[in-house]
Design a protein around this ligand. Sequence first.
Ligand code: ASP
Length: 344
Amino acid sequence: MADNKKTSILFIYTGGTIGMVQDQDTGALKPFRFDNILEEVPELRKFGFNLSSYAFNPPLDSSNISPDAWIKIAGIIEQNYHSFDGFIVLHGTDTMAFSASALSFMLENLGKPVIFTGSQLPIGSLRTDAKENLISSVEIAAAVKNGEPLVPEVGIFFENRLYRGNRTTKNNTEDFNAFMSGNYPPLAESGVHIRYNYSAIRYATHEPLIVHQKLDERLLILKLFPGISRQVVESAFSIGGIRAVILETFGAGNAPEHDWFIQLVKEACGQGIIVMNVTQCNTGSVEMGMYETSRRLAVAGVVNGRDITTEAAVTKLMYLTGVSDDPAWIVKHLSMSLRGEMTV
Ligand code: ASP
């Protein structure tokens, strides 16, 4: 545990269910004033940390989160990077996996914890999961070993697990356990103690933090289904200015073998549109060439997304196409694991 007097944590409250309380008169859920967090969760005082907060105004339901909000979060972290030991981003669960993935790419050489959390029930409700999520996130964000942060990563803490943010997907609208990380083990699990999985955590190189704030949103996800028509595929690839298409494929990266389909993909790749193969499955990897149905995609110029999540693929592409206009450079970096987002 860090020297309590010196440990300081910055909360960045973006919105979401976690920040809701019940209006005493109407019973309806409304956002609470985040500067009153210590009144809502007085247990936080027991840490004895210096806790500060920055609240989005108005708070956003996470369905309204956009790259502008990610740029804002990254900017707040950059401005406060040297004054705080850790950062906690309170966020709606619906798009949390996208936001955590985006921040992982935007914060190059991150050397401090950035822990996203939220809740399924509002902080003001009796059975809320918010308090536990919040308290454990604070403990993780403050944890140090030999004077160094224990988890210098963008993570998502939910229920009893800390996941690498860019490996997560929201997979449950109902349970307190709302997220999964199908292809990477938890970075920590909380029970009586918080047990850290040291060998799974990425440790920083101690290079200075670089914050990337240019994201290019001109991409789309084309989810395949049996019967997808030529017209649909053609329209997707011919959207003006489109720079990248994520092909969400079947199983281990398979797609229909129709000549028209392969031809359209090939033409798109030839025009410098990045086409990336990401599986529709939550667990497991694309294996281009395992079946004829994926071998033809590889020949057409499609990039192997391996075991990346769709959320990480979207945000990695936004980041890389924001940095460069050169398709060869983008493909090269897409194929590398930049922040531990895929297994290579
Ligand atoms: N719709 C909410 C949001 O994502 C749900 C939640 O917070 O869990 O902002």
